[in-house]
Design a binder for this molecule. Structure first.
Ligand SMILES: [Zn+2]
Length: 123
């Protein structure tokens, strides 16, 4: 196997921010651009799962998944010293379409909805 050496080197300092977004790779570069250029957060931690924020903002239809998510988030907040969590959703997300059985436009209200129970915080 040939070795590959990345041009970008490892950076020791933590940024204190993480973006949680959908794993749909077609949006990955756009998420990076938004975080880098608009939010000005370089080298943020990434957590990519189908549906992205649906894992913490969606209905608690599976308590085991919510517990796992909470354990992982708690770890990252502590070990990676996170102070900022960016939640990104995208138009036409297959996770929402599949779960809600609705076309993209009709999924948007659910994607923008915030959880109001179990300690969720509203601005
Ligand atoms: Zn998606």
């Amino acid at each position: 196997m040939a070795a590959y050496h990345a041009l970008e080197r490892w950076h020791p300092e933590r940024i204190g921010a993480m973006a949680l977004y959908c794993s749909d790779g077609r949006w990955g570069e756009a998420f990076d651009e938004f975080c880098h250029r608009h939010l000005q957060i370089p080298r943020y931690d990434r957590w990519a799962v189908p549906g992205g924020p649906a894992w913490i903002a969606g209905p608690p239809d599976d308590p085991a998944l919510l517990r796992t998510t909470r354990v992982q988030l708690d770890f990252l907040v502590r070990a990676h010293e996170l102070e900022r969590l960016v939640l990104l959703t995208h138009y036409g997300c297959a996770w929402y379409g599949d779960r809600l059985q609705l076309p993209p436009n009709e999924c948007l209200p659910a994607q923008a909805r915030r959880r109001s129970s179990s300690g969720g915080r509203s601005p």
